[in-house]
Design a protein. Structure first.
Length: 132
């Protein structure tokens, strides 16, 4: 029995060494603080876009045009949706940092979003929402 166990251990060791030599192992992704921060920002951006889609009159008409994460943590959205008259309008919304709700106040948009650089997360948000 001990001999069988010894053979098993040797076979497993050789298998692992051959696998490492061939490069068949996949290293686990490194969770750096930057990756964690990016994941949190993208999750907030998707949550905000989903909230916007749910809030418009016709959720099927919702089309996200841009989602930018600003250095202060604000997420700024530009989107189109049908209005009450059946026409499509362009709208703006802001998800301020530390807030639980979005706002469409123009003063907040101007203070946090207008003419400010940010990280464009539009493609990632659309992808995580299942495409629009």
């Amino acid at each position: 029995m001990k001999k069988l166990l010894g053979v098993f251990v040797v076979v497993m060791a050789v298998w692992m060494i051959v696998g490492l030599y061939r490069g068949e192992t996949t290293p686990a992704p490194v969770e750096t603080p930057e990756r964690v921060k990016l994941e949190i920002e993208q999750t907030r951006a998707v949550d905000g876009a989903n909230a916007l889609r749910a809030a418009v009159r016709d959720p099927g008409s919702f089309a996200l045009q841009s989602a930018h994460v600003k250095p202060d943590g604000s997420i700024c959205y530009v989107f189109k949706a049908k209005n009450g008259f059946g026409g499509t309008t362009q709208e703006f919304a802001v998800f301020p940092p530390g807030e639980l709700a979005l706002t469409q106040k123009l003063s907040v948009w101007n203070a946090r979003c207008a003419h400010k650089l940010g990280d464009d997360q539009t493609a990632q948000v659309i992808s995580r929402m299942g495409g629009l």
